[in-house]
Design a protein. Structure first.
Length: 404
C-alpha cells in the first residue's frame, strides 16, 4: 500500500529540508499572514515562540513555531508536530511562488520538528519509509508524490538503479542529513571524475549545481559546438535562442556507484532538451543552460534531473533510486517548462513586431542611421555607437565581471 498525492496545490516538497513551515501547507509567500486570520491553526499548543526559522541559499526566514496536528491525505497525525510560521523574510524570498515547504530530509536536519511530520505519516499509515517523486517534464500539473513505495504504473516497465546515501558531518558527529550521494563522474563535453564528489539530490532546487570551476570549463566546451553559434554566454551562463538545434549539443552523463553491486555504476543520461530550460521573454522563446555554479565543493541535482528520472528516496535502506527507461521518460520530452506558446503571447508578440515596424519606418523617414551594437565573444563586451541602447532580457542578472 502507498499514499499518493497529486501535487496540484502550491507547495514545495523539499528533500533538503526537514522542518515543515506553516501548517505544512503555507510557508514562504503567504506564511500564515493569511492563515493566521483563519481557522487553519486548530488546537494549537506552544504557539508564538519567536525564532529565526532557517537560512536558505536565497535568504533567511524568521517567525514563530507552534504545534498542531497535520492532515496529509486521509491520515491525521496522532501527535502534535512542530511547525514554522514565517512572519518576515529576506527580500529574495518574497518572490517565492510556492505557499509552503514540507521537509522530507533526514531528522539530523530538523531544527525544531522531531519527530518529522513525514515520518509520523508513514508510521501511522503502516507503509515503508520511502518517497517517490514523479515530476512532469514540462512543469505542468500532474506531478505525483508517492509515500510508502513507488507507483508501478509510473515506472512503465523501467528498471530502478540505486546508489547509497552518505553521512555528512554535523555538530554531534556524522549523520544522515541531506540526501547526499557520492558522484563518481559528471561529463558534459568536459569530464570530471573522482572518488566521492558529494552530491545532494534535492527536489527543492530547480537546476543542477556544480562548482564554478567545473561550470566554466563546460561552457567553454559547449560554445565550440555549431549549435551554439547564436548563443550568448559568460563564464557562468549560456542562453540560446528558441530556434537553436539543441540536438547539436552532447548528452550529459552522471555516474554513481551502484548500490549492492560493487564495481558497477548507476548511470544517468540527459539530452540537451532535458538539461536546457525553456523560458519566454515577451513571448519569445529561449533556452538557458539548466546548470548553475557554486563556490562550494558539493553538487546538487535538482528538478532538471528529477524531471528526466522517476526518483525514489528510500529512508529504510539509505539509498536513492532512479528509473528512466520507460516511455514516460522519453529523451525527447524536453526539459524546463511549457514549450507551447499561449495565444495571448502570440498576439502580444505580433503587436510588438508591428510597433517595431512602425518605429523603423519613422526612423527611416528621419533618415537617421540605425545605431549599431556589436557583441564580441572574445572579450565578452558589447560595443555600441552613440545613441544605441541595450535592454537586459536575460533570465537572470549577468555576473559582476560581465561588461555591457
Amino acid at each position: 500500500l502507498s499514499l499518493s498525492l497529486s501535487l496540484s496545490w502550491s507547495v514545495r516538497l523539499s528533500i533538503s529540508v526537514s522542518t515543515p513551515w506553516i501548517c505544512v501547507f503555507c510557508v514562504l509567500g503567504c506564511f500564515l499572514t493569511q492563515l493566521a486570520s483563519t481557522s487553519a491553526i486548530t488546537n494549537c499548543s506552544g504557539c508564538g515562540v519567536d525564532r529565526t526559522l532557517d537560512n536558505y541559499g536565497s535568504g533567511w526566514v524568521k517567525g514563530y513555531t507552534f504545534q498542531d496536528r497535520v492532515t496529509f491525505g486521509d491520515v491525521v497525525t496522532n501527535e502534535h508536530i512542530t511547525i514554522g510560521y514565517v512572519s518576515s523574510q529576506a527580500h529574495a524570498q518574497q518572490g517565492f511562488q510556492d505557499e509552503g515547504i514540507i521537509g522530507l530530509g533526514f531528522e539530523a536536519l530538523a531544527e525544531y520538528s522531531i519527530p518529522m511530520s513525514s515520518s509520523v505519516i508513514v508510521s501511522q499509515a503502516g507503509v515503508a519509509n520511502m518517497y517517490a517523486f514523479y515530476l512532469t517534464s514540462d512543469g505542468s500539473n500532474g506531478s505525483i508524490l508517492t509515500f510508502g513505495g513507488y507507483d508501478e504504473g509510473l515506472l512503465n516497465n523501467a528498471s530502478i538503479s540505486y546508489t547509497a546515501v552518505e553521512t555528512t558531518p554535523f555538530s554531534s558527529g556524522n549523520a544522515y542529513g541531506y540526501w547526499t550521494v557520492s558522484m563518481s563522474e559528471f561529463s558534459l563535453g568536459h569530464t570530471f571524475s573522482g572518488s566521492g564528489l558529494l552530491t545532494i539530490v534535492d527536489s527543492g532546487t530547480s537546476l543542477i549545481i556544480i562548482p564554478y570551476t567545473y561550470l566554466q570549463k563546460i561552457i567553454d566546451d559547449l560554445i565550440t559546438n555549431d549549435a551554439a553559434e547564436y548563443c550568448q554566454y559568460s563564464s557562468t551562463l549560456l542562453i540560446c535562442p528558441g530556434a537553436t538545434d539543441l540536438d547539436g549539443f552532447p548528452d550529459l552523463t552522471i555516474r554513481f556507484p551502484k548500490y549492492g553491486y560493487p564495481g558497477n555504476d548507476t548511470v544517468l543520461t540527459l539530452t540537451a532538451r532535458q538539461y536546457f530550460v525553456t523560458y519566454y521573454t515577451r513571448g519569445i522563446k529561449n533556452y538557458q543552460l539548466g546548470i548553475d555554479g557554486t563556490s562550494s565543493s558539493q553538487c546538487i541535482l535538482g528538478d532538471v534531473v528529477m524531471r528526466a528520472y522517476y526518483t525514489l528516496f528510500d529512508k529504510e535502506n539509505y539509498r536513492v533510486g532512479f528509473a528512466g527507461a520507460g516511455s514516460a521518460f522519453s529523451k525527447n520530452s524536453g526539459g524546463g517548462y511549457d514549450d507551447n506558446v499561449p495565444l495571448s503571447w502570440i498576439v502580444a508578440a505580433a503587436v510588438f513586431v508591428a510597433v517595431l515596424i512602425g518605429l523603423g519606418a519613422w526612423l527611416c523617414l528621419r533618415r537617421r542611421p540605425a545605431p549599431q551594437i556589436v557583441y564580441s565573444p572574445q572579450s565578452n563586451h558589447y560595443y555600441m555607437e552613440p545613441g544605441a541602447s541595450i535592454r537586459h532580457n536575460l533570465a537572470q542578472p549577468v555576473d559582476d565581471n560581465d561588461t555591457i
